[in-house]
Design a protein around this ligand. Structure first.
Ligand SMILES: CC(C)(COP(=O)(O)OP(=O)(O)OC[C@H]1O[C@@H](n2cnc3c(N)ncnc32)[C@H](O)[C@@H]1OP(=O)(O)O)[C@@H](O)C(=O)NCCC(=O)NCCS
Length: 186
């Protein structure tokens, strides 16, 4: 059944939709707005579904933040973005690590797409940024789907950071998951 659902959206390999990662462009704004304005997607994110209230807000975000970002990719089916994945660099004494983030349009959840995308990032980021020694993800303790994605890829839970960030007015506990070059070489 899952395969039948996926076929209209992309080629399949081993029963999974075949995805690609590429930089987002201004022309992708309509696809960006689909996930950026979805309450289900933004539930555990720092922004909410009203942050990008208009297409102009989406265009401004892509122009000012996404395009200049050093590692931000659209997760694509047939070259059309259905989500995004990024690695935020740190600087100075923290430049040995980067922070992974990802979102996917809710229509595509549960098909292994985020897991594939995270695997692709792990395989490429340590080559793209040879100075990187640690790729980490911070996940809300209630965001079980995202924790499962990281664990399927091989990230090992390191601990819980209590009262770590304020999101949507509430102080959140975050699970921290590090990955290293060793995971990419397994
Ligand atoms: C988290 C997210 C990226 C996952 O994308 P996805 O493509 O559906 O993920 P996958 O299909 O690769 O894997 C999801 C796994 O989590 C599991 N899962 C989903 N919801 C779950 C829940 N509430 N409890 C336990 N497991 C859950 C799925 O069953 C699947 O595991 P399985 O393959 O063992 O069955 C997507 O739900 C999303 O965009 N969420 C909103 C944004 C977000 O939270 N981003 C992460 C911020 S850290």
């Amino acid at each position: 059944m899952e395969g039948a659902l996926c076929k209209p959206h992309g080629e399949e390999k081993d029963g999974l939709p075949e995805i690609s990662l590429r930089p987002l462009e201004l022309a992708d704004v309509d696809d960006f707005m689909v996930w950026a304005t979805d309450d289900r997607v933004t539930r555990f994110c720092s922004w909410d579904s009203c942050t990008y209230a208009s297409k102009d807000d989406g265009l401004k975000y892509i122009e000012d933040t996404v395009i200049p970002h050093p590692w931000f990719r659209g997760i694509c089916l047939n070259n059309r973005p259905i989500g995004a994945i990024s690695v935020k660099p740190y600087s100075g004494n923290d430049s040995c690590r980067g922070e992974l983030g990802y979102v996917l349009a809710s229509e595509y959840w549960g098909r292994g797409i985020a897991t594939q995308a995270v695997k692709m990032v792990v395989l490429s980021i340590f080559k793209d940024w040879p100075h990187l020694e640690r790729l980490e993800a911070l996940v809300d303790t209630e965001n079980l789907g995202s924790q499962r994605v990281l664990e399927k890829v091989g990230f090992m839970k390191e601990g819980v950071l209590r009262k770590y960030v304020i999101q949507k007015g509430s102080t959140r506990d975050m699970v921290i998951y590090p990955s290293s070059l060793a995971l990419a070489q397994d």
